[in-house]
Every structure is written in C-alpha cells, then in structure tokens.
Design a protein around this ligand. Structure first.
Ligand code: 1HE
Length: 262
C-alpha cells in the first residue's frame, strides 16, 4: 500500500525514497503491456500522490519500458468499449501531466504505442541505449488512443508521427533524443541513477516554480500569442510575489546560493 492509503494493482510497485518516489511498471512477463487496471491506478496515483513526495521517477521492471496497450483485451471490445478505454487513458495521463509532481521517466527496450504515449505525458524522459520507439498501431489495425495524437506531434512534429504510424518506423535512443522524444541519453542501466539525481534537483525547486513549469508551459504553448504573454506575466507575478522567491533571491544576493556553472 502507498502511504496515501492507495492500494496498487499487481502491475505497479511503489518505493518511497523521501521527497522522491519511484513508481515501477512491474509486469515484465508481458513486457509491461498496460491493462485498464494499471492505467486507472496510474491516474489515481498521480491525482493524489503521497503527500511528502515532490518528484516521481517512473521506471519499468525487465528489459522493456512498455509494449503499450494490452492487446489481449481488444478482441472483446466494441466501439463503445474502445471509447471508454481511450478516455480512461486520457484521464490517467492528464492526471500525470497536469498533476502536482513532476515525473522523470526512464525508458529502455520497447517504448511502443501506449508505452510511448505514457512516456510523452511525463515531464523529463531519459533514454537508455537499448530504448526503441515505435507506433505499430497501423499494423494492428488500430489508432493511438492514449493521447498520442495530441502529445506526440507537439514533441516531434506531425509529419514524423505520420511516418511512424503509416510505415511503422522505429527510432533508436540516439534518434529519439535528436527528435525530442527524450531529453537525455545514457548507457544501459544508467537511467535510474540519472533520474534520481534529476528528480532530487526538481524536488529542491520551489513547488510554485514547478507548478508554473508543469501547468504553464504546455498550456501557453497551445495558446494564442497574446493569451500566452498574458498568462506568462500573471504566473511570473505570482511566483515572484511568493515568500519562497523572496527568500531564494535574497540568498543569491547575499551569496548564500549556488551559482550557475557550466
Ligand atoms: C503482450 C504485448 C501487448 C507483449 N499486449 N501482450 N503494442 C504492440 O503492438 C507491441 C507488441 N509487442 C511486441 O512487439 C513484442 O512483444 C516486444 C517487442 C515488445 C517484445 O518482444 P519479446 O520477444 O521480448 O517478447 P514477446 O515474446 O513478444 O512477448 C512476451 C509476452 O508478452 C507474450 O505473451 P506470452 O503469454 O506468449 O508469454 C506476448 O504476447 C506478451 N505481450 N506485448 C499483450 N502489447 C491506448 S491505445 C495504444 C495502442 C497501442 O499501444 S498499439 C501497440 C501495441
């Protein structure tokens, strides 16, 4: 049980590491294919993350991050079930993307279909050398349903997502970093250590600044310019007026804060 009282389904494991928590996809025998119980639990977890936690590292057991939607369920679905499932994924991944805590994902092996959609909802993505990225939906006779058509073009552009969906093109870790699927590339096995380091850095920020980045940036990116500038000014003013900003700026001016170094 998580210390917010939540029970997790068998495919998810939570490890409490103080201000940083580690959430693990734990269904390696099925390559961490995502069933509805796991998706709903992800949404519930990120709706009410443990109170003391200020950043989450999302990892996966086994050699693969996630093989995407659990295809064993699809055979029994009619169109109404398909809509309900897709909307469940939308709610869950929106809870992650627009929740309280930034999420750093460690990607390795297959980052496929719904697995890539989950990764795209996270805030920082680290690709281990083994990671490969694909959207085999076309080959399965389906379409992205976990927010991929909304989030992925914003990461790498519509034409590249079009190519992936139509041709089944697979990108390796270096290609994925060059495109913008991930912001970091590390050797195999090195992802979790870097993720924890980044998560601790994130956790040390002002929560208001993290809120501004998580909730402000993507919405401003979607907004018309004038609305974006307005929202930016409002958010900047609120963060600057906070006692924590006053303290942090005073610390810098009094030479008590770390300087930016290359
Ligand atoms: C699965 C799934 C799955 C594996 N649903 N059971 N995703 C895909 O189309 C990707 C499908 N998976 C694969 O291409 C491969 O499994 C992998 C490249 C990820 C891994 O290959 P490999 O050789 O290591 O494993 P495997 O032998 O293929 O799979 C091991 C087991 O996991 C096997 O079950 P078993 O009972 O025979 O041991 C597989 O059937 C099972 N398995 N992937 C169900 N996805 C919100 S909409 C999103 C739409 C999508 O995500 S479409 C993309 C779906």
């Amino acid at each position: 049980m998580v210390d917010n009282g939540m029970d997790l389904p068998p495919g998810l494991v939570y490890r409490d590491c103080g201000e940083v928590g580690i959430l693990e996809l734990d269904r390696p025998q099925k390559r961490n294919a995502l069933d509805d119980d796991t998706v709903v639990a992800l949404g519930a977890f990120f709706t009410e993350p443990p109170e003391a936690v200020r950043a989450i590292v999302l990892v996966a057991a086994g050699e693969h991050f996630s093989a995407g939607l659990d295809l064993s369920r699809v055979g029994a679905w009619d169109a109404t079930d398909g809509i309900a499932s897709s909307q469940r994924w939308h709610r869950a991944f929106d809870a992650l993307e627009f929740g309280r805590v930034p999420v750093v994902a460690v990607l390795k092996g297959a980052v496929i279909g719904g697995g890539l959609e989950l990764a795209a909802a996270c805030h920082v993505r680290i690709a281990e050398a083994s990671a490969y990225f694909a959207l085999p939906e076309g080959q399965r006779g389906i379409f992205v349903g976990g927010g991929g058509s909304v989030r992925l073009p914003r990461l790498i552009g519509t034409s590249r997502v079009m190519d992936m969906l139509l041709t089944g093109r697979v990108y390796d870790a270096s290609g994925a970093v060059a495109l913008g699927f991930a912001q970091y590339e590390v050797a195999n096995g090195g992802g979790e250590a870097l993720a924890l380091e980044l998560a601790r850095t994130i956790a040390a920020n002002s929560p208001l600044s993290n809120f501004a980045a998580m909730h402000g940036l993507p919405r401003i990116a979607d907004a018309p310019r004038a609305s974006g500038f307005f929202a930016e000014a409002a958010i900047a003013a609120v963060t600057q007026a906070s006692p924590e900003a006053k303290r942090r700026v005073a610390d810098f001016l009094a030479k008590r804060a770390k300087k930016v170094r290359p």
